[in-house]
Design a protein around this ligand. Structure first.
Ligand code: IMP
Ligand code: MG
Length: 179
């Protein structure tokens, strides 16, 4: 099993690129079936979801749009604290089916906030496609509609996810080795 060091920590491969791509193909097929005539808008949450979104959208074969957003902790010069504002969305979501593309749902706090903001922009059907899901850690009474891989409550990097800004370019999922 391949090991790498990022800053002060060691990570080892837990899902290869082939594992990840087969999970993404499965999710794309399900979305394409479920939303065939829905004309959905995909909303990719940067930075973490960039790689998942690219591989997912190549496999989604229905008419759809994609937009890229960020969550900003600061609004103007004032810190908004816990509530992170969704920025970068130019498309109207009024009456739309929206699929939020996320890298990971951990406690679920981020995604719950995002789903609420998307609903406030008028979307009538809001779904979530997440590459990774930590069910043991999630505090919500809800599960993401489209999950690539369910993982234990461990810290991972790769495929868009980072440790202190590094590791996003790793084309597989690597888990922190506890020493
Ligand atoms: P949540 O709000 O706890 O669901 O987690 C939100 C964010 O925490 C995710 O979008 C990631 O940016 C980050 N995160 C959670 N778990 C991990 C991990 O295992 N590795 C890297 N980032 C993570
Ligand atoms: Mg993220």
């Amino acid at each position: 099993m391949a090991r790498i060091k990022i800053l002060d920590k060691t990570f080892e491969t837990t899902y290869t690129e082939a594992d990840v791509l087969s999970a993404i193909s499965r999710v794309a097929d399900k979305i394409s079936k479920d939303l065939t005539d829905k004309d959905p808008v995909f909303v990719c949450v940067l930075n973490g979801a960039f790689m998942f979104a690219a591989d997912l959208m190549k496999r989604v074969n229905i008419p759809s749009q994609i937009s890229f957003v960020k969550l900003a902790s600061y609004s103007g010069t004032q810190s908004t604290g816990v509530t992170k504002e969704l920025i970068g969305l130019n498309e109207s979501l009024v009456g739309k089916t929206v699929v939020i593309i996320e890298d990971i749902v951990d406690t679920g706090i981020t995604i719950a906030n995002l789903m609420e903001q998307v609903r406030q922009k008028g979307a009538t059907d809001v779904r979530v496609a997440t590459l990774l899901y930590k069910p043991a850690s999630c505090k919500l009474n809800w599960t993401p509609e489209y999950v690539g891989i369910e993982i234990p409550n461990d810290f991972i990097v790769g495929y868009g996810l980072d440790y202190d800004g590094y590791g996003r370019n790793i084309p597989e999922i690597m888990t922190l080795v506890k020493e």
